[in-house]
Design a protein. Structure first.
Length: 110
């Protein structure tokens, strides 16, 4: 089997969601570090540190998700152009012998 074409929008949506999750993780780390810094630093009203920490959990995932969507759209479109020239990605699939779903698939054309 050869993947000759992908839907650029579906690639963008999946990558946007993946990057959003990565952004949640990164935002959590930034938030934790900012809150620890506010707690460990001198007592001069650490409101900016707290706001940065809370904002990191909101802003970073949205930013990462948007970047992931844009990169996914571009990557999907570029893949389609390059695959039309070089032929795409060849994959080999194998049915699991222990899995029988009871569905008789039609024979593939020659």
């Amino acid at each position: 089997m050869i993947i000759r074409r992908v839907d650029a929008l579906s690639v963008g949506k999946v990558m946007g969601c993946l990057y959003f999750v990565f952004g949640l993780i990164a935002g959590g780390f930034f938030s934790l570090l900012a809150l620890l810094g506010a707690a460990a630093g001198p007592r001069r009203g650490g409101l900016p540190e707290v706001l940065f920490g809370v904002g990191a959990v909101v802003i970073i995932p949205v930013f990462y998700g948007a970047i992931g969507l844009i990169v996914g759209l571009i990557s999907g479109a570029l893949y389609n152009v390059i695959a039309s020239v070089v032929g795409g990605i060849e994959i080999e699939l194998q049915r699991r012998p222990d899995l029988d779903d009871g569905y008789d698939r039609p024979a593939s054309p020659p």
